[in-house]
Design a binder for this molecule. Structure first.
Ligand code: ADP
Ligand code: MG
Length: 821
């Protein structure tokens, strides 16, 4: 917006005439100036003048000055305005010739000037007038700590109170807004309680307004004040009545609660909508325009994006729906662009800055391994294998995401890759999200490798396999609860290069373990892991090939967004003979019949899982709950059956034993905390009962469900939920009817939003708040721009990218430490 100095000029002149009594404008000069600056401050093209202007104008303390000081101050503002308006041409010209509008210029070159007493946007929110430490604590609970956080604390929706109607135009039922005079307001009895009743009128008629439970309002509405009322209109005894509408006195300031698009914030206890709206309006007016726009001007121009300060204010208090959309677009673009830029740079970093790591593919080895399997690879497995082999031969390290439904057979593919590493004299690491899964991978791998040759078991944690290579292949399991001396020995042998394949949790690459020559890292179940593993590896000086596996199908565009640093392979076919798992959401009253159903299947020689509720406080609490449920079921429900218990607090040995016994069919029912979620493979288990199923995400439920239906038998999944929320019910309804993991992932995304879905908060990726699943266009735009910008200036060293570099450093903190600054 080009600065319009006319009103400023007029007001200041009037103020001079009136003898500096701060009455030239209603509400006082400070408020007017802050508002004017918020609207037009960005339109001052000359950096030097702008900063002078900021120092002079945004101080907010005209009211406290003496008359003499006011006179001086008004004089200096007026002369500054004259200067800005071009009476000194040398200054008015932008400092350098540029094809872009001068306005864009200033955002690059100006440091924002703190509005009050040297505070910047990164100050704690107590820097904002009216925010006490108590209030700050409440905002803190919402993750809002700094002034910047507050500016980025966007409403989740807006109420449209923008159309002001006449009383005669009101209709019953709809949300509507009128502006009226108060004739009378009084405390009255409404039902059993006191409330406020008012009669208001405009030139077309009068009407009654009632507020339940708010007798104190009566005092706010003196006769003849003007109010704006927004809310639902109902018909009572043939008369229109406003029931507990939002209200606002018409003063000289902008409407905040009524008469416009009114923001609705997600609040926490102790924060009230009116209070927060009012506060946000002031914060936005006073601070938003000081946010530095970090996007280079040409880019903004190409993509037709709003200026950042404008986008921020419009996202809170939009002028209309159209600007609101443009504001969201700009902010969504920012999120996706910053994400993409980080991802692109990581990929580059991973692939380009690394010594030659090409493997020679040993086709003989892979063929003899594959032929030794008890099944034939599916076409999809074969295709993915080829894609992977192709990567491994290249001098750049592989960086591949392998996506495949639960049970699609990703482990075999990973095993071939690990063998290639070993054949080339490298070591391989295979990482799982939990110890139980690491153990299972170890067992599976041992089974697979032993089919091709001899197995020689040294300890339960270490085996050697002959027959595949000219030398034996050593595979080790490294998990938390082996004895310290065993652990030390394994670590030493990994360091010596004596162990070829090490299986474990991510601790494998994090603490105390050093490889002699790591050539491949396989990471199972990516989305529970986060993206930080590569950084961990890099910090250790390794740049191995990387295969990341996930059972969560992700829409391709989003996969590119979040894992854009990975190439994508998909196993889109299940091994033949897989059954779909019949899924049923049961009412609480059907619990007994669920137990009978389990009993029936056990009688037929099958096994069952009972999954205990998700308890987030700690694994200890979850374990405790599982123990209680296990005891209840053992005593009261299935006294005649053999039950096992699995939870994260068991020692490795105990977990092992339970899994062994379940696998060997010595147990009928396995009661488990949600640790069973990923990977556990027991083909004879055909029934699963999930408690409090409404508390799990769709993808997670789908994962659970994938634990059954692994054999040839028809399998079943029963879902129990005591008192599901609306979203919970929606989820249960979907999981009951949809089998396709891909569709489920999309539904999950819709219900939870990308940030929560991917756990970006924990994963070290910047958060997505404004970007939506449906923003494919913005996403593609952001991606293209990020790639282009990275090519032009990979280190963001050019002066015009300085602000962007700062933003990157802020949003990609640990992972890329040092890269952007
Ligand atoms: P996931 O992709 O979920 O990790 P797994 O690798 O655990 O799946 O494989 C699931 C089961 O399917 C295992 O028992 C595995 O041995 C088996 N399997 C893998 N590939 C095939 C295939 N091509 N034909 C038949 N069974 C297979
Ligand atoms: Mg798996």
């Amino acid at each position: 917006m080009a600065a319009d100095f006319e009103p400023l000029y007029k007001i200041l002149e009037l103020e001079q005439k009136k003898g500096y009594d701060n009455t030239a404008v209603m509400g006082g000069l400070d408020r007017f100036l802050a508002k004017w600056a918020g609207q037009f401050g960005g339109g001052i093209p000359q950096p030097r003048l702008l900063s002078r202007f900021q120092r002079l104008v945004v101080k907010g303390d005209y009211a406290s000055l003496s008359t003499q000081q006011r006179r001086e101050w008004v004089d200096s503002v007026l002369s500054l305005v004259a200067e800005i308006n071009g009476s000194t041409p040398a200054e008015a010209k932008p400092p350098a010739q540029t094809p872009f509008p001068p306005r864009a210029k200033r955002v690059k070159e100006i440091k924002p000037v703190a509005p009050v007493g040297g505070y910047g946007l990164d100050s704690p929110i107590t820097a904002v007038k009216g925010i006490s430490t108590t209030l700050a604590t409440k905002f803190g609970k919402l993750g809002v700590k700094t002034v910047r956080d507050l500016l980025y604390f966007f409403p989740h929706r807006h109420l449209d109170y923008s159309q002001i109607k006449h009383i005669s135009q009101l209709t019953e039922g709809d949300e509507q807004t009128v502006m009226a005079n108060v004739w009378q307001a009084k405390v009255t009895r409404l039902g059993y309680r006191q409330g406020t009743e008012a009669i208001v009128g405009d030139e077309t008629g009068n009407m009654r307004v009632v507020w339940f439970n708010q007798p104190y309002l009566a005092k706010r509405f003196a006769t003849n004040v003007r109010v704006v009322l927004s809310g639902r209109v109902s018909l009572f005894k043939g008369q229109y009545v406003f029931e507990s509408p939002e209200w606002e006195l018409v003063e000289d300031r902008d409407l905040v609660h009524t008469g416009r698009l009114v923001p609705v914030y997600s609040l926490t206890q102790g924060l009230y909508p009116r209070q927060v709206r009012k506060l946000m309006k002031e914060v936005v007016d006073l601070w938003a325009w000081q946010v530095e726009d970090f996007l280079p001007a040409p880019l903004k121009e190409r993509c037709d994006l709003l200026e950042l300060p404008q986008a921020i204010s419009q996202a809170h208090y939009p002028e209309d729906d159209m600007v609101k959309d443009r504001a969201r677009m700009r902010l969504a673009f920012d999120e996706l662009f910053v994400l993409q830029l980080g991802v692109v740079s990581r990929k580059h970093d991973w692939q380009e800055t690394q010594p030659d790591s090409a493997f020679a593919i040993d086709w003989g080895l892979s063929t003899s391994f594959i032929q030794s399997l008890p099944f034939k690879l599916t076409a999809a497995q074969q295709r993915v294998l080829e894609e992977m082999m192709n990567d491994l031969q290249k001098p750049k390290p592989m960086s591949r995401l392998l996506q495949g439904e639960v049970g699609s057979g990703k482990t075999v593919v990973a095993t071939v890759a690990l063998l290639m590493a070993v054949a080339n004299g490298y070591q391989g690491a295979f990482m799982a999200p939990t110890e139980i899964l690491a153990e299972q991978h170890f067992t599976t791998l041992c089974q697979l490798l032993s089919r091709a040759g001899g197995q020689e078991e040294e300890t339960p944690y270490l085996s050697r396999f002959s027959g595949l290579l000219s030398r034996p292949i050593t595979v080790a399991l490294l998990i938390g609860d082996i004895t310290p001396s065993q652990k030390q020995e394994l670590q030493k042998r990994i360091l010596d290069g004596d162990i070829d394949i090490a299986i474990g949790t991510h601790a494998l690459i994090q603490k105390g373990v050093d490889f002699r020559r790591m050539g491949l890292a396989v990471v199972d179940e990516q989305h529970r892991f986060g993206v930080t593993q590569r950084s961990a590896l890099r910090q250790k000086g390794f740049r191995p090939h990387m295969l990341v596996m996930t059972a969560t199908p992700i829409p391709r565009t989003l996969a590119l967004t979040l894992y854009g640093d990975l190439d994508l392979s998909v196993i889109d076919e299940l091994p033949p003979g897989r059954q779909m798992v019949k899924t049923k959401w049961l009412r609480p009253s059907q619990r007994e019949s669920a137990y009978n159903f389990i009993r029936k299947h056990v009688a037929a020689g099958h096994q069952a899982f009972v999954i205990c509720p998700l308890i987030e406080e700690s694994e200890a609490v979850a374990a405790q709950a599982a123990v209680v449920e296990y005891e209840r079921l053992s005593r009261e429900v299935f006294a005649d059956l053999k039950l096992g218990l699995l939870h994260g607090r068991l020692s490795g040995e105990d977990k092992d034993e339970v899994m062994q016994r379940f696998r060997a069919r010595k147990l009928d029912i396995l009661v488990s905390t949600p640790v069973v979620e990923v990977g556990i493979d027991i083909p004879n288990a055909t029934v699963m009962l999930i408690e409090s199923a409404d508390r799990f995400g769709l993808s997670q439920l789908h994962q659970f469900r994938g634990r059954v239906g692994r054999g040839q038998e028809q399998s079943y999944c029963m879902l129990l939920a005591e008192n599901p929320s609306e979203v919970g019910r929606a989820r249960l309804d979907i999981i009951e009817n949809v089998q396709d993991g891909f569709v489920l992932a999309e539904e999950d995304l819709k219900l939870r939003g990308p940030g929560e879905f991917f756990g970006t908060r924990q994963s070290g990726l910047p958060d997505l708040r404004m970007a939506k699943l449906s923003d494919v266009k913005i996403l593609e735009l952001a991606r293209a721009e990020a790639v282009a910008l990275f090519q032009a200036d990979p280190g963001l060293k050019k002066p015009e990218h300085k602000l962007l570099a700062g933003e990157m450093a802020r949003l990609w903190p640990q992972a890329n430490a040092g890269e952007w600054s």
